[in-house]
Write a protein that binds this ligand. Structure first.
Ligand SMILES: *Cc1c(COP(=O)(O)O)cnc(C)c1O
Length: 332
């Protein structure tokens, strides 16, 4: 893979830290050594994984001479916050289409990312019911903007297409270089698996570098079968995009669906436990929708003996802590 030939904007200038978590590992009985890749510390307003994807997606928007970005997400979408923030930085207008996946959950006065949409100067917010055809809704908005002389560019939900997922192929390469410099062998990696670009990109990067590090995805909404299908499809497209044509094996994708609870964005006891435990042992904030549920998955996998005793396990922290401020009651 030669990612240098693919256009990007250069949003990621330095590797994010890989931190040991001795107190957190001790709280889980020292069965494994947990390390965290701090992608919550990426540049871009309040950080998080979408910056790596947008580095490539925005380069494509600029190549298409766009003056306006359209994207979509849930009502507290981190992806929408970061797309908007990078659009501001690029001098582009940004319109958001929000899917009310839990009916009645959109509140114009809500805190968290919703507050930031307005603070960052979003051009418009269109709220549509859960289950809407999001690409269709964004295309309708694009047609209206074109009729007004604008040149819109649509970034799919989570920037999860082959272009965006390339950001996480690059992250896998960054991780391998860091582990080499640290002299740290990692035996297993755990990542949140949502719109799938993060999981697919990491899996492609690990396979493409013959890293031999298995990657487990923790679902935040779908069933195991549906999510694995989604990740594999995107991983194959991403592998093609980065020059690994037809070489991505199905068995490089494993998902766990036991930590979703009642549904996407709905709190679970194990998520609350995970968020509190990491905050109180390492001073690191997770989020209630993605990294909190993913960490709940990691905690359960440690307790149930899924990992070999003494293994070094790397958790990808994808960010999202601004959403905590929309969940105050859950943590009281
Ligand atoms: C979007 C998001 C994820 C999931 O990443 P995908 O690439 O959509 O699977 C995980 N954590 C946070 C904080 C996110 O905002």
């Amino acid at each position: 893979m030669n990612l240098a030939i693919l256009p990007r904007r250069g949003y990621v200038q330095h590797p994010t830290p890989i931190e040991a978590c001795p107190a957190f590992s001790r709280a889980l009985g020292n069965k494994v050594n947990i390390f965290i890749k701090r992608d919550d510390l990426l540049p871009g307003c309040a950080g998080g994984n979408k910056t790596r994807k947008l580095d490539f997606s925005m380069a494509d928007a600029v190549a298409h001479k766009a003056d306006t970005i359209i994207t979509c997400g849930a009502v507290q979408s981190n992806h929408c916050r970061l797309t908007l923030a990078w659009a501001v930085k690029e001098g582009l207008d940004c319109h958001l289409v929000l899917e009310e996946r839990v009916s009645g959950s959109y509140k114009p006065e809500a805190s968290g990312n919703n507050f930031l949409f307005n603070l960052l100067g979003v051009k418009s917010i269109t709220v549509v019911p859960g289950g809407s055809d999001m690409p269709g809704e964004m295309e309708k908005l694009a047609a209206r903007l074109r009729a007004n002389g604008r040149t819109p560019y649509i970034i799919p939900g989570g920037a999860s297409n082959a272009i965006g997922a390339t950001g996480y192929v690059a992250c896998a390469q960054e991780i391998l270089q860091q582990l080499f410099e640290m002299g740290l062998p990692i035996h297993h990696m755990v990542v949140p698996s949502g719109s799938a670009g993060t999981h697919a990109g990491i899996a492609v990067g690990m396979v493409g570098n013959n890293a031999g590090i298995p990657v487990s995805g923790i679902n935040v909404s779908r069933t195991k079968t549906d999510q694995e299908q989604l990740v594999r499809k995107l991983a194959r497209a991403t592998a093609d995009h980065v020059g690994m044509k037809g070489t991505f094996p199905d068995d490089a994708v494993t998902c766990f669906d036991g930590y979703v609870g009642p549904g996407y964005s709905l709190p679970t006891d194990s998520m609350v436990e995970a968020v509190k435990l990491l905050a109180r042992t390492e001073g690191i904030l997770l989020d209630p929708v993605y990294s909190g549920k993913a960490m709940a998955g990691l905690i359960d996998l440690v307790r149930s003996g899924y990992f070999t005793e003494g293994a070094n396990v790397l958790f990808l922290h994808t960010g999202g802590s601004p959403a905590l401020y929309a969940y105050l009651e859950t943590f009281r």
